[in-house]
Design a protein around this ligand. Structure first.
Ligand code: NAD
Length: 501
């Protein structure tokens, strides 16, 4: 990594090099200590244009690189990422506070997308129908779009950029990434490793910043498609602005994910899954479980749930006993504490309160302890809003139908889970639930990269989802060719009116 102390500027990554950056900078901090790790300069309009123009130039030759050669770049990249997984995880832990195990897991989930991109020759295969008319064939070919952009959130600074640029680049595009300004060191490290794998200069550029820089990319005429991941309000803004500018946009957004516990579920498994899915990564996952729906007699399991949550404690990344790390920022912690206070004021029963949490030796960390609310009703803000912290709200339902109705009334549709031992309940649930990613006795059903990440409702704006086959369609155009070849000059012309003969 190019930065070694808090005064160092990270730089934009343009045409294969870190460019110091003219814009004003903000500090990147370690959320467990508030140590300043580096300065991240926000890209100026001129730097954004420089990055996009460099990507346009890189695209002109990259689009003609044979598909197996593009696959070979990804093969090399996944090999390097695997060899450097520990190093990436350490950088990631410093700027996000994630435990080492969690950081290693995140990097691995990103590597799996690069593995998927190695399969690009199969993924961009077209179709052919022979003899659509006499001696005429029609076939489709899949071609890259041009320059695509990605805007990513703070909570997965390795995995989510890796959801995007490996597939876009393997398809033959160039890519401009605007990572979260809160943890930009990890994506910059990924770029260094991409260059080491032999990627041509300019094929992936990085510009830093916030709203202004995002709007600069959305307005840039040379960007054809934008992938966004972040909160609902920003996703709506990006989707509207991008589609108004006639770009292709996929915008993955926030969530409130439920886990339904049926009384016939395996009690131990259901409780430990709930705790891990609510507290893991400090609750800062778009697929975290933040609402437990206890059906029928499963309401009696609240005490076990509270005890299991109380046994989890946050800590620093190299503490093997830590269940999770700090919240990303002082502001994020304050927002979560505000919700805990609101829950109490709204009349929910706070069974476990993490608002006073401290970690020995780290008095300045953004700590929030596991928090459990019971007697929660759908009108309460702690149920309605995405809190994005280790706060679980428990609601009661009399029947599975009531649980399904409750969840289907939520505006979010990212993930949901059912714990049961009944195949009939599971079948009914998966069929009737209005959520895009369903787990049956699986708490966080994030699909592997040969499927797509398929959030619904306010958790996704667009048509084609992230990674998997849908991402290949998102980053490409389909061209159909109808062709006729004459074997002798005198061959009579066939009737071209296909279908009317
Ligand atoms: P965020 O929306 O604040 O930021 C996301 C990106 O948008 C960042 O790069 C940021 O710089 C930029 N941005 C921020 N404000 C902007 C504005 N007003 N205009 C334009 N761009 C802006 O999100 P976050 O706090 O970084 O990440 C957490 C959110 O992301 C949560 O809501 C979480 O659920 C969501 N998320 C969703 C998924 C998913 O797959 N659906 C995955 C991860 C995170």
């Amino acid at each position: 990594m190019q930065v070694s102390n808090g005064d160092d500027r990270l730089g934009q990554f343009i045409d294969g090099k870190a460019v110091a950056g003219e814009g004003s900078a903000i500090p990147v901090t370690n959320p467990a200590t508030q140590e300043v790790l580096c300065q991240v300069p926000f890209a100026t309009p001129a730097e954004i244009d420089q990055a996009v123009q460099g990507a346009v130039r890189a695209y002109e030759s990259w689009r003609d690189v044979p598909t197996p050669e593009r696959a070979r770049l990804m093969l090399k990249y996944q090999e390097i990422l695997k060899a450097r997984q520990e190093d990436i995880a350490r950088v990631l832990s410093r700027e996000t506070g994630k435990t080492h195990e969690d950081a290693m897991g995140e990097v691995w989930r990103g590597i799996e997308v690069v593995e998927h991109a190695c399969n690009i020759p199969n993924l961009v295969m077209g179709e052919l129908v022979e003899n659509v008319a006499r001696r005429i064939d029609t076939y489709s070919i899949v071609q890259p779009l041009g320059v695509c952009a990605g805007i990513t959130p703070f909570n997965f600074p390795a995995m989510i950029p890796l959801w995007m640029f490996p597939i876009a680049v393997a398809c033959g595009n160039a890519f401009v990434l605007k990572p979260s300004e809160q943890d930009p060191m990890t994506p910059m490290f990924l770029m260094e490793l991409l260059a080491e794998a032999g990627a041509p200069e300019g094929i992936v550029q990085v510009v830093h910043g916030g709203r202004e820089q995002v709007d600069g990319l959305l307005a840039h005429p040379d960007i054809r498609a934008v992938s966004f991941v972040g909160s609902v309000p920003v996703a709506k803004h990006v989707y509207r602005t991008g589609t108004n500018a006639l770009k292709r946009v996929q915008a993955l957004a926030g969530a409130k994910n439920h886990l339904v516990v049926m009384p016939d579920a395996n009690r131990e498994q259901a409780i430990s899954s709930l705790v891990g899915a609510a507290c893991g990564a400090a609750g800062q996952r778009c697929m975290a479980i933040s609402a437990a729906v206890l059906v029928g007699d499963a309401k009696e399991w609240e005490g076990d749930l509270a005890a299991a949550m109380a046994a989890v404690r946050p800590g620093v990344s190299d503490d093997p006993a830590a269940g999770y790390g700090p919240q990303i920022s002082v502001a994020a912690r304050e927002r979560i504490l505000g919700y805990i206070a609101a829950g109490k004021a709204e009349g929910a029963r706070c069974v476990l309160d993490g608002s006073e949490c401290q970690v020995d030796g780290y008095p300045d960390g953004n700590w929030v302890g596991p928090t459990l609310f019971a007697d929660v009703t759908p009108e309460m803000s702690i149920y309605r809003d995405e809190i994005f912290g280790p706060v679980l709200v428990a609601l009661a339902a009399d029947t599975l139908d009531d649980a399904i109705d409750l969840i289907n009334a939520s505006p979010f549709g990212n993930g949901v889970s059912l714990f049961t031992s009944s195949g009939a309940s599971a079948r009914k649930f998966q069929h009737e639930i209005g959520v895009g990613q369903v787990g049956i006795n699986v708490p966080i059903p994030v699909p592997l990269p040969f499927f797509s990440f398929t959030g619904w409702k306010d958790s996704f704006f667009g048509d084609l989802h992230a990674y998997g086959k849908q991402a290949v369609r998102f980053y490409t155009e389909t061209k159909t060719v109808t062709a006729r070849w004459f074997d002798e000059p005198s061959t009579p012309s066939p009737n071209m009116t296909i279908g009317l003969r």
